[in-house]
Design a protein around this ligand. Structure first.
Ligand code: NAD
Length: 285
């Protein structure tokens, strides 16, 4: 969001105003080379009042070598509790994009803490996993990744699954094969693989978030796998998980219901149980 001149104003909020100011200055200098009149400033919740889009990325750091995204749940819930009610009061019509992990449980918590209608709260969910999978398939098939309709669905975590039965390009279905399964197994670990090498992931998630922002700001109504409040699909509700959904100016305008195989439906139910457990372990909020 910071390098695309898509907003008129971009406000950076951080517990450390100095860090936010440093980023705002650096980005403002960089944008001198862009065809941009977007202003980039550091400030407070009040400064950013009336925002159209809120992107939440604050997070406690992971600890230990074999950390899981769900380990961040309690620490990040405290950050959400600290920031979101006030952000929601000062920007009551915003669409909120949740990036912080574990993103599905945090998206659910954000709906409760903002009081926003669920369609105005979007988790980046498995969008980043789906682009990773598409990029592996693209390399294997020698077809541009943008032409490959392949979805990783469920939780943005270890129990995500590839919706092999609805993967297609040019109208041709890819039946699940040893190759698609192998590439999916690689996909699940790619986030950790990048993290283990550089200590964080940023380019993939930044562009995934920008894809959501673009679809909101320009009301593009693109379909993408994102974390949404599940609307009774396969009997699942009251939990956030990724399904393909249509994104426009007011947030999610439609959640799609792909015809999953029995095996995929079981995986979806499993993800629902797992994310629900994470949410329940957080207690009242
Ligand atoms: N959804 C995804 O696909 C995806 C991908 C990458 C990262 N993430 C998640 O995004 C989050 C951020 O990742 P990162 O690599 O940018 O982490 P980071 O540690 O670099 O950044 C965290 C930021 O949060 C700020 N912060 C900490 N406590 C705060 C508080 N009390 N109030 C306000 N700000 C506070 C820190 O100052 C820092 O700027 C993590 O939870 C990470 O797991 C999600």
């Amino acid at each position: 969001a910071t390098m695309e001149p898509i907003f008129s104003e971009l406000w950076l909020l951080n517990r450390s105003i100095e860090k936010a100011e440093g980023d705002a200055m650096d980005l403002t200098h960089a944008s001198a080379l862009r065809n941009s009149n977007m202003t980039i400033q550091a400030g407070s919740i009040e400064d950013a009042a009336g925002s159209d889009v809120i992107i939440f990325t604050a997070s406690v750091p992971p600890t230990g070598k074999d950390w899981k995204r769900s380990d961040l749940a309690a620490g990040n819930l405290a950050l959400l509790e600290n920031w979101l009610p006030a952000l929601a009061r000062s920007s009551p019509d915003a669409v909120l994009i949740m990036v912080s992990n574990p993103v599905d449980a945090m998206t659910y918590a954000a709906i409760q803490l903002t009081g926003f209608p669920p369609e105005r709260v979007i988790g980046t969910g498995t969008l980043v996993d789906s682009i990773r999978y598409r990029s592996l398939l693209s390399e294997e098939l020698q077809i541009h990744s943008d032409d490959i309709r392949a979805y990783i669905l469920g939780e943005h975590g270890d129990d995500q699954f590839a919706a092999h039965s609805v993967t297609m390009t040019g109208g041709e279905k890819f039946l699940p094969s040893e190759t698609t399964r192998r590439l999916f197994r690689e996909t699940v670990n790619l986030g950790y693989e990048v993290f283990n090498r550089k200590g964080y992931t940023n380019y993939g998630i930044a562009l995934a978030t920008m894809t959501i922002v673009d679809s909101i700001v320009y009301d593009l109504k693109h379909t993408m796998p994102i974390s949404v409040m599940i609307d009774g699909f396969l009997g699942v509700e009251d939990v956030c998980l990724s399904l393909p959904a249509v994104v426009g100016r007011r947030g999610v305008t439609r959640i799609l219901h792909p015809p999953l195989s029995d095996e995929e439906a079981t995986a979806f139910h499993h993800c629902a149980e797992k994310v629900r457990q994470t949410i329940e372990a957080l207690g009242e909020f």
